[in-house]
Design a protein around this ligand. Sequence first.
Ligand SMILES: Cc1cc2nc3c(=O)[nH]c(=O)nc-3n(C[C@H](O)[C@H](O)[C@H](O)COP(=O)(O)O)c2cc1C
Length: 188
Amino acid sequence: MPDAPRIIQLIIAHPHLAASRINAALLRGAATVAGVEVHDLYHHAPDGWFDVRAEQARLLRADAVVLQFPLHWYSVTPLLKAWMDEVLLAGWAYGRDGTALRGKGLLVATTCGGDPDDYGRHAGQFTLTELLRPLEATARYCGMHYLGHVAYGANENVNDHLAGWASDYANRLSQIVQAPWPPAADSR
Ligand SMILES: Cc1cc2nc3c(=O)[nH]c(=O)nc-3n(C[C@H](O)[C@H](O)[C@H](O)COP(=O)(O)O)c2cc1C
């Protein structure tokens, strides 16, 4: 019997999605991939009051989770941080009996004010891999399989890139829907 189709729970956390160019384009790409469910935090809980049970139920039915956000001060947007604090609870996501997320994939999708390639030693900056370590560490702590990150942005002519980025993102999400990843490592 074939495996059930994989479900990706895509958590988008952009404070002004209506004004977004890049994240909005990425969501248009994501919408073309079967199995991707989009959950807009700033739409559902702009004041930060999450229905924790409902948020956890969304994650439970997902095979993989995508955290998508514009990079704000080298980090996640505030509501995404609040969501992590409220939803990834002890005894559920980690700690004694906290195995709800174990084995699920986690991909980070972020956007930048400039070219992501400007992050790195050559530019006197930390790399994005380094800046995103807290999310990688969170995935590990919860027994998830960290699938790395994708990052989009440009120093100029952003509009010229949007369709290509949307397509690239859709391809990455399609890979996740289709291709299995190794079982979670117990690497706390
Ligand atoms: C408060 C704030 C902080 C930001 N911090 C960063 C940053 O640390 N690094 C960066 O590359 N861009 C930063 N930006 C730029 C946004 O990441 C960028 O405008 C966004 O990713 C573009 O995507 P969008 O078109 O979906 O809004 C910041 C923007 C704001 C409003």
